[in-house]
Ligand binder design. Structure first.
Ligand code: NAD
Length: 502
């Protein structure tokens, strides 16, 4: 452990929490392997302080007119844009991804803030005049109360911004629990929210691991939980929090397939595939980790192109110009991903390109791993069934469109998928029949824009609501319908039949 590591603290009630943290965990720069930070690990007492601050702030914030809440988010948007370079550098230093990729996730997060700035329009209720004589009906969307967000390491800016801008705009107050692997961004966003004029206690950050998460899931004053992370933890969070009476959206892991039809433009498909499989070192929930060429000729041509492109892949610290792929997030994760290269070989897949052979002189301390390609992968193999979450692409050779579609639909995960084809009918059939939440047609990473909603099917999502966009507004609000009567006569009559408004 180095002595220069900075302390990363909770942000509670509008300021950094200055109580002495009992436990801390190390945060690394994945490009060097050095410890750069020591993040506080929240106890149940820390979580209690954050929830109490949020509960107190809710009384006023929930009654603040939506357009006033939106004005604060407008200011926050401008501040994040002003600070984007500094924030991207923080992401790269803790996560490892290339700087322009880090900047890209900030922009995608800001798009959700921009959506949330239009919240007065989203929260407009419904009104029906004269549902009976002198009787009107009105429907409202009201905030839930204190809500919690729990996020993964791979998008330390974007995933929290999938959650809190919409939640706050709807009038809720928030407790964020970011990943302990790259926790600084959430604190920086909290400071910018305060600078934008957000009242204290409306947005709080607690750091930590399972202890912090369990305290949130058990807390009586938390009304809803948004979770993004791996499938086993998503399922656990969903089961635990729903058993405790909370509303939950829990987004889990993925194994995204890209089908390449014989009529696809191969150059375009390969260019798209390289970015989607190896960008951000494959640590994206929408990364393509399985490619399904249809027909042997397509497979052979695709393989040749990928091998050539892998030779040109620029790997190095994310701070260096032109770098396309940085290190993996931790040594443990790098070793786990590298371990799958042995697993696949033992299972009988052909390891066409072995990323372990990529040498980066001068960067031996970093958690680097070159891009790898497996061919002749079959559905029974662990490397096909399990999420590797690294720069490892598996090629499964399909003999027909029907076989490719069945493979995608039979897989446990159903986050995103893509098809590359020149034929409209094939694309349309794929879109209609594929069992996945987000589908790309000649688009490799079909991440929906902020004014649509993001989420998978099958074991890629637990709960009924996708995240941000209209689904986000529904998730963070409760529907209430009132029937009102203002008679101007003096008729008083007890009615024992079901009211029919006739
Ligand atoms: P993770 O599941 O290990 O951690 C996610 C969060 O859960 C973190 O805040 C972590 O502190 C907490 N956590 C970890 N173990 C826990 C436990 N036992 N009990 C309670 N809480 C626990 O995920 P990760 O490694 O940080 O992120 C990568 C995963 O996230 C991948 O599986 C990826 O597919 C998934 N992901 C999914 C989406 C999506 O939209 N579906 C988006 C991004 C990432």
């Amino acid at each position: 452990m180095t002595t220069t590591a900075t302390h990363i603290d909770h942000y509670i009630d509008g300021r950094l929490d200055d109580r002495a943290a009992q436990d801390r965990s190390e945060v690394y720069n994945p490009a060097t392997g050095q410890v750069t930070g020591l993040v506080a690990l929240a106890t149940a007492t820390d979580v209690e302080a954050a929830v109490r601050a949020a509960a107190e702030a809710f009384e006023t914030w929930s009654l603040t007119p939506p357009h006033i809440r939106a004005r604060i988010l407008f200011r926050f948007r401008d501040l994040v844009e002003r600070e984007a370079d500094r924030l991207a550098a923080i992401i790269t230093s803790e996560h490892g991804k290339a700087l322009d990729d880090a900047k890209g996730e900030i922009i995608r997060g800001l798009e959700v803030v921009e959506f949330a700035c239009g919240i007065p329009q989203q929260l407009k209720g419904e009104f029906s005049e004269n549902v009976a004589r002198a009787v009107d009906a009105v429907s409202l969307r009201q905030p839930l109360g204190v809500v919690a967000g729990i996020s993964p390491f791979n998008f330390p800016a974007m995933v929290p911004m999938w959650m809190f801008p919409v939640a706050l705009a709807c009038g809720n107050t928030f407790v964020m629990k970011p990943s302990e692997k790259d926790p600084t961004l959430s604190v920086e966003l909290a400071k910018l929210l305060t600078e934008a004029g957000l009242p204290k206690g409306v947005f709080n950050v607690v750091h930590g691991d399972k202890t912090a998460v369990d305290a949130l899931l058990a807390h009586d004053d938390i009304e809803a939980v948004s979770f993004v992370g791996s499938t086993p933890i998503a399922e656990y969070v969903h089961q635990t929090a729903t058993a405790n009476g909370k509303r939950v959206q829990a987004l889990g892991g993925a194994k995204n397939h890209m089908v390449v039809m014989p009529d696809a433009d191969l150059d375009q498909a390969v260019a798209a595939l390289m970015g989607a499989a190896y960008g951000s070192a494959g640590e994206r929930c929408m990364a393509i980790s399985v490619v399904l060429p249809v027909g042997e000729d397509t497979a052979n041509a695709l393989r040749e192109h990928i091998v050539a492109a892998l030779g040109d892949l620029k790997i190095g610290p994310g701070t260096e110009d032109e770098v396309q792929m940085g290190p993996l997030v931790t040594k443990a994760h790098r070793d786990k991903v590298a371990g799958y290269l042995d697993v696949g070989t033992e299972e009988g897949a052909e390891l066409v390109v072995d990323g372990r052979q990529t040498a980066l002189p001068g960067h031996e301390g970093g958690y680097f791993l070159g891009g790898s390609l497996f061919d002749h992968v079959t559905p029974d193999m662990r490397i096909y069934r399990e999420e590797i979450f690294g720069p490892v692409l598996s090629m499964v050779r399909a003999q027909s469109f029907t076989e490719a579609l069945k493979l995608v639909n039979d897989h446990e995960f159903g986050n995103g998928t893509a098809i590359f084809t020149a034929d409209g009918h094939t694309a349309r059939t794929y879109l209609a029949k594929v069992k996945a939440g987000m589908v790309g047609v000649n688009v490799p990473i079909p991440v929906p824009m902020a004014f649509h909603s993001f989420g998978g099917w099958k074991r890629s999502l637990f709960g009924d609501h996708h995240i941000h966009g209209p689904e986000g507004v529904r998730f963070y609000t409760r529907y209430k319908t009132a029937t009102t009567r203002w008679p101007n006569d003096s008729q008083v009559r007890a009615d024992f039949a079901m009211p029919t408004h006739s």
